[in-house]
Design a protein around this ligand. Structure first.
Ligand code: SF4
Ligand code: SF4
Length: 77
């Protein structure tokens, strides 16, 4: 039997070089049904505020710059 692995990183990561939240984009925050994403106002970048995710994907699909990456656990791929 396989032992469950400890999660070592947030399921959703944002490439800060690509994120244009500092220009007013809030698309990923707006589309997330769980409201787990937020904009870091100091950095002007989106980030995962709460470690909870349905892997429903609109944040990754709708991001205009491709900055969002959702890591889907292999068990539900
Ligand atoms: S949708 Fe993309 S560019 Fe817009 S705030 Fe989210 S990560 Fe940044
Ligand atoms: S995959 Fe769905 S639940 Fe997870 S952060 Fe993106 S929009 Fe939110």
């Amino acid at each position: 039997m396989t032992i469950a692995m400890t999660r070592t990183q947030a399921p959703v990561t944002v490439d800060e070089d690509k994120c244009i939240a500092h220009k007013g984009c809030t698309v990923c925050v707006d589309v997330c049904p769980l409201d787990v994403l937020a904009i870091d106002l100091l950095k002007g970048k989106a980030y995962m505020k709460f470690d909870e995710c349905w892997y429903c994907m609109p944040c990754e699909k709708d991001c205009p710059t491709g900055a969002v990456h959702v890591s889907i656990p292999y068990l539900i791929k």
